[in-house]
Design a protein around this ligand. Structure first.
Ligand code: F6R
Length: 614
């Protein structure tokens, strides 16, 4: 993962780079660093363990002038989070400084070879190996920097996005990428490279995305040359930087996560805008219009995703099968890519990703594409790698999600999947008019019902105080609520560090019921739906073993409310849309427990917002 950025131009590099790192912190935040070349041609490198704010504090009183610089915010892969392992890494000769996002898989063998040649290493990172190799290859010939990079990168196995300073050319900035994203912002005689467009927005009007195995050489006079590893010149479309990439703020909320939970009524309204027409009683996704023949001819849908997006995919599978009567499966992208899957050209592969950058999902897309499947992306980050690698798709349009724990992206993904299933089902004639019209009406009413659910915030905050003692939690649901239970458990794990398991409620008696005792909180999704009576029995089984039941029930429920220890009431909706409402109290419960435990809710330990390594 990690976020990288670099600047070359007429302005002071440091503030631009630090600001860029703040934008990129969602990619990792265990350490950060910056390298700056000042007007005397000296290289200064500063690194800190911790977040970008720690780096910024460490820069006070230091020599931070310079018009060329590179910077990095890290999510550790090789080597623990520490100042030594933080980037930039500088080669032994002091000629090269590098920041890197990705993984060099053959770093160990390269390191051994370099050690034999006398190179000493300070850190445990694969990145230091890369910069030392660049140094070594450069020392063996008079080749220019680009030729050196071509030779080195050809030898590298793995993924990289790099920004490089060569002190021999202090008026140039070099960048290259393979499998990790890199955007090049182009201003007036200045360049900003970055892992995504956010550090560029507000600093440059134009942007282009470097292709795989390409090297960019930027000059202080404003010229830019791009070649690939075979030295062929490469050209890319220069795009306008979107004007509306506004800064995200907490708007009075204590955390981005809470703000994003509360944003869901409006983010889902945005998600459905222009797509769900309540008056005309239609759902229309432009991608379905444009690729109708291909989508209607699909013999199977395969949904690939990771984490929360995978949970949304489990719901999407049920919707597609229920409404479109087309077989569908949902697979972890990380498993799919290495499972030698049977993929046919009649398959449609749906890739779901909030960030659009998840390495495993991107690799699954590339694999499916190479086998001739049609690829449909469901992403949030506009212009990110997955939407660019798919045949078509629908953005969820829920706005930037900053909190590491995904909330509004999940409900946006489920909403797009519902719209997709409905639109295809209508075209295929596998849905009757009444169900179709009822679904549209209900979808349109979800934002208002969510507002009602959000009123439970205070009571959930009080409830949370009672559960900070817990070391384990169980989350149960059935049918559409089972993926919602998995999602609830994931939210709790990632931000409160409490172990939590999601289970299909009826599976309890096949093993996990042994865990139930008076200490065990069990969150059970027990809304009014076809399996309500079955869930009621499951609740009784847990109460008989003295488990502490927190039940999410439909307004007016009596049967489960009578036996559960605590109930959270939510408005009724159609069963397949239940996860949209149910997920709100689950998000709030996880949030408040984490806050009570004093955890860093928006930036939980060991995690990053965008998982760009496999
Ligand atoms: C959990 C969470 C992660 C992501 C997963 C996939 O709250 O955020 O599990 O869902 O890393 O990320 P995307 O959707 O960006 O592909």
């Amino acid at each position: 993962m990690c976020g990288i950025t670099g600047y070359l131009g007429g302005r002071e590099a440091c503030p631009i780079l630090i600001d860029g790192l703040r934008q990129l912190e969602y990619r990792g935040y265990d350490s950060a660093g910056i390298a700056l070349v000042n007007e005397c041609g000296e290289l200064h490198v500063y690194k800190e363990k911790g977040k970008v704010q720690d780096l910024e504090a460490g820069l006070a009183g230091k020599n931070i002038s310079g018009h060329l610089g590179i910077a990095h915010t890290r999510w550790a892969t090789h080597g623990e989070p520490s100042a030594v392992n933080a980037h930039p890494h500088v080669s032994s000769s002091g000629r090269f400084a590098i920041v890197h996002n990705g993984i060099i898989e053959n770093y160990a063998v390269i390191r051994r070879n370099l050690e034999k040649k006398g190179y000493a290493f300070k850190s445990s990172t694969d990145t230091e190996v890369l910069v030392q190799l660049i140094d070594y290859v450069a020392s063996c010939s008079d080749s220019d920097t680009v030729a050196v990079l071509q030779e080195v990168l050809d030898e590298i196995v793995g993924a990289y996005a790099i920004a490089l300073i060569d002190m021999k050319y202090p008026d140039r900035l070099f960048a290259a990428r393979k499998s990790s994203p890199l955007a090049v912002g182009i201003g007036d005689d200045e360049f900003i490279v970055a892992s995504d467009i956010s550090p560029i927005a507000g600093n440059a009007d134009k942007v282009m995305y470097l292709g795989d195995e390409e090297i960019a050489e930027m000059h202080r006079d404003g010229s830019l040359h791009i070649v690939n590893l075979s030295n062929a010149e490469c050209r890319h479309e220069i795009l306008a930087v979107p004007k509306n990439l506004g800064r995200t703020r907490k708007d009075g909320f204590d955390h981005f996560m809470l703000k994003e939970i509360f944003e869901q009524p409006s983010s889902l309204t945005d998600c459905m805008r222009g797509r769900v027409d309540v008056v005309g009683k239609t759902v229309t996704l432009s991608a379905v219009r444009e690729h109708k023949d291909r989508l209607l001819a699909a013999e199977r849908f395969i949904i690939v995703a990771c984490g929360t997006s995978w949970h949304a995919g489990l719901i999407g599978k049920q919707m597609i099968e229920n409404f479109c009567r087309i077989p569908a499966e949902t697979v972890y992208a990380s498993e799919f890519r290495y499972s030698n899957p049977v993929i046919r050209s009649s398959d449609v592969v749906i890739a779901i990703s909030q960030s659009g950058e998840t390495a495993d999902t991107l690799a699954a897309v590339e694999l499916a594409r190479s086998k001739g499947a049609f690829i449909y992306g469901i992403c949030n980050a506009v212009g990110s790698s997955i939407p660019r690698a798919t045949d078509t798709g629908s953005y969820i349009h829920v706005g930037p999600e900053i909190g590491v724990a995904s909330t509004k992206a999940f409900t946006g993904q489920v909403t797009v999947l519902a719209m997709l299933a409905l639109d295809i089902a209508r075209e295929k004639n596998t849905i009757d008019d009444r169900t179709y019209a009822g679904m549209i009406e209900e979808l349109a009413s979800i934002p208002e019902k969510m507002r009602v659910v959000l009123r439970t915030n205070d009571s959930i905050a009080s409830l949370a105080k009672m559960f900070t003692y817990a070391k384990n939690f169980i989350y149960l649901g059935r049918g559409y609520s089972y993926p919602a239970a998995l999602e609830g458990a994931l939210k709790l794990k990632e931000i409160s560090y409490i172990h939590a398991e999601g289970y299909p409620a009826a599976e309890m008696k096949h093993g996990p019921i042994a865990l139930i005792d008076e200490e065990m909180p069990v969150v059970i999704i027990a809304t009014h739906n076809a399996l309500y009576e079955k869930i009621l029995s499951n609740v009784q089984e847990i109460k008989a073993r003295k488990g502490r039941v927190i039940a999410i029930v439909s307004e007016g429920d009596t049967a489960i409310s009578d036996i559960a220890d605590t109930v959270i009431e939510i408005p009724e909706t159609i069963e397949c849309l239940d996860p949209l409402l149910v997920s709100v109290p689950l998000q709030l419960l996880a949030y408040h427990i984490a806050v009570c435990k004093g955890k860093d809710v928006d930036r939980p330990r060991n995690l990053a917002k965008s998982v760009t390594v496999e």
